[in-house]
Design a protein around this ligand. Structure first.
Ligand code: ATP
Ligand code: MG
Length: 223
């Protein structure tokens, strides 16, 4: 499902070269739930962005769904992204659109037949417990509701791979637990999940395989 081979990502900040990822290699099989854990600045977001070709590695290979992500054409990148659901660190909902429209918008962009859209949006909203908030705007949502709306948007396409970048970062314990339950349900439905968090305690409660990165290096792979 995912394979990184000796991946380096080096950012140039003025004359200074900063390695955000240093020689990272690992493999994630289909149907796995993997927690990506590391302190703020460790390189979690950088790593995830390479998986959906939001950026390319400086060195090394990134393979997702049996494709070499670095060498894809634009059309192939679009096709890859149709199979990946992404929940961003900040929910990235479109502020001028309702919850319903935020989810429907992505389905339209992905070319979902019109007659299927309403049903798929409400299936996704039901899965995250937000059916009653379909007509609300992002500004009217609590942080937990906004993160659940972002999850609905990610799962409406029925992704093979769900990438969640600190989806519980700004939430209190109760709301975080709800979001985690939803992610677990998506995993139970057959999706492969990569879940980033800076909270080691959360990684421990997830009781899943955990990849730990520190200063861009993969220092542990256990569970
Ligand atoms: N576009 C960029 N240009 C320059 N440096 C960057 C860029 N993106 C990230 N970095 C640097 O790379 C390192 C890793 O950042 P990254 O955002 O991947 O960390 P993170 O583990 O996701 O942290 P957090 O838990 O705070 O989200 C940091 O030192 C950051 O400053
Ligand atoms: Mg991050």
């Amino acid at each position: 499902m995912i394979e990184l081979h000796r991946v380096w990502k080096i950012y140039s900040v003025g004359p200074v070269k900063v390695p955000a990822l240093s020689d990272v290699s690992f493999r994630v099989g289909k149907g796995e739930f993997v927690t990506l854990c590391g302190p703020s600045g460790a390189g979690k977001t950088t790593l995830l962005r390479l998986l959906y070709r939001d950026d390319v590695p400086t060195e090394g290979e990134v393979e997702v769904l049996h494709q070499d992500v670095g060498s894809l054409t634009r059309v192939e990148v679009a096709a890859l992204r149709r199979s990946i659901g992404i929940v961003f660190q900040d929910s990235k909902l479109l502020p001028g659109r309702t919850v319903y429209e935020n989810v429907a918008f992505v389905l339209r962009v992905l070319g979902t037949p019109r007659r299927e859209i309403t049903g798929r949006v409400f299936d996704a909203l039901r899965a995250v417990g937000l059916s009653a908030r379909a007509q609300a705007y992002p500004a009217q949502l609590s942080a937990g509701e906004a993160q659940r709306a972002a999850l609905a948007r990610a799962i409406a396409r029925k992704p093979l791979l769900l990438i969640a970048d600190e989806p519980t970062g700004n939430l209190d314990e109760g709301m975080a637990a709800e979001v985690i339950e939803i992610v677990r349900d998506i995993w139970a439905g057959g999706a492969t999940v990569l879940f980033a968090t800076h909270q080691a305690t959360l990684a421990a409660t997830l009781k899943q395989r955990t990849l730990t990165i520190h200063s861009g290096r993969l220092v542990k792979d256990e569970g």
